[in-house]
Design a protein around this ligand. Structure first.
Ligand SMILES: Cc1cc2nc3c(=O)[nH]c(=O)nc-3n(C[C@H](O)[C@H](O)[C@H](O)COP(=O)(O)OP(=O)(O)OC[C@H]3O[C@@H](n4cnc5c(N)ncnc54)[C@H](O)[C@@H]3O)c2cc1C
Ligand code: FES
Length: 277
């Protein structure tokens, strides 16, 4: 979505709550009626904490969920920006730019949806799951992998709405031991017609690469949500570009902006070998 210069002034909103729901994983909620009305699954926002200017640049986060006029973001603390966010509390101010990016295309209600999330990648697909469960007439399954059991975020509200969940933990303390990739392999090997199914995937780059590798050549329909470092979030700085296959010559690489052309792409369009490990 292209923004006008006026759109790029981030409104300042009030934080409603901010709490640690799993080790180093926080759920922040803020009052943002305009965003709440417009946000689509897979879109993101740029957040910063005023009046602080260090870090100078806002950070990108997926829209996790919307409840009335309140928008929620789920985030893991990894550095300065997320550390700063984790210290905010009810009543504090937050600069919020968005909704940004293309978001997921929702499938026909009769399509079986298989959502694959690795670690904090769950943050980018939760709102999608909410939408799928509202409208789907076919089953929606989540394949959810984390390193440690404690990282699993509560999903009971979605289970109550009919979500089927398969879990993989690398510490083996819940679900299948290992990564989410073998769970996906089971699903791919069920022998069901891929024309009736669509996959939605978000997670760390290594997981996306592994999942794309297992899907390759099977004729599956899939949408991957990518992450890259972002400075502006709306197409100006070029900081977010990643390599894709050139439509005219798939042997050549063409750089595309993850913020405005994505963050959701077909895995077949990504030049995986040109992305550094
Ligand atoms: C479209 C989009 C949506 C995102 N949604 C979420 C979300 O919902 N929840 C969430 O927790 N995170 C999300 N992220 C990642 C989040 O933006 C980064 O974790 C955040 O910017 C880190 O900021 P920081 O200042 O705390 O870390 P920094 O101090 O900037 O960096 C700390 C460490 O994290 C690494 N890092 C920072 N950003 C990224 C990145 N984009 N990809 C890989 N490694 C990175 C750095 O290399 C460094 O090692 C999203 C990113 C994108 C592009
Ligand atoms: S983040 Fe600035 S162009 Fe994409």
């Amino acid at each position: 979505m292209e923004l006008t210069p006026r759109d790029t002034i981030a409104p300042i909103v009030h934080i409603v709550s901010n709490r640690e729901i799993a080790p180093e994983i926080f759920l922040i909620a803020f009052e943002a009626p305009h965003l709440a009305k417009q946000a689509l699954p897979g879109q993101f926002v740029m957040l910063s904490v005023p009046p602080l200017y260090d870090p100078l640049l806002p950070r990108p986060f997926a829209v996790f969920d919307v409840e009335g006029s309140v928008v929620k973001v789920l985030y893991r603390t990894v550095g300065k920006g997320t550390g700063q966010l984790s210290r905010t509390k009810k009543g504090d101010l937050l600069k919020v730019l968005g909704p940004l990016g293309n978001g997921f295309s929702l499938p026909d209600p009769g399509t079986t949806s298989i959502v694959v999330a690795g670690g904090i990648g769950i943050a980018s697909v939760y709102f999608l799951l909410v939408h799928l469960l509202k409208r789907a007439t076919a089953p929606t399954t989540l394949l959810y992998g984390v390193r440690f059991k404690q990282e699993l975020i509560p999903l009971e509200p979605l289970e109550e709405r009919g979500l089927l969940i398969r879990i993989a933990t690398e510490d083996g303390r819940q679900g299948v031991q290992g990564t989410v990739a073998p769970l996906l392999q089971d699903t791919l090997d069920q022998g069901l017609p891929e024309t009736d199914r669509e996959y939605f995937v978000c997670g760390p780059l290594a997981m996306l690469r592994a999942v794309a590798g297992r899907m390759d050549g099977r004729g599956v329909r899939a949408q991957f949500s990518l992450e890259s470092r972002m400075a502006c979030g709306y197409g100006v700085c070029q900081g977010c570009v990643l390599p894709f296959k050139d439509d005219a010559d798939p042997g050549q690489v063409r750089y595309r902006k993850v913020c405005t052309e994505g963050p959701v792409f077909s895995p077949d369009s990504i030049s995986w070998e040109a992305i550094p490990e």
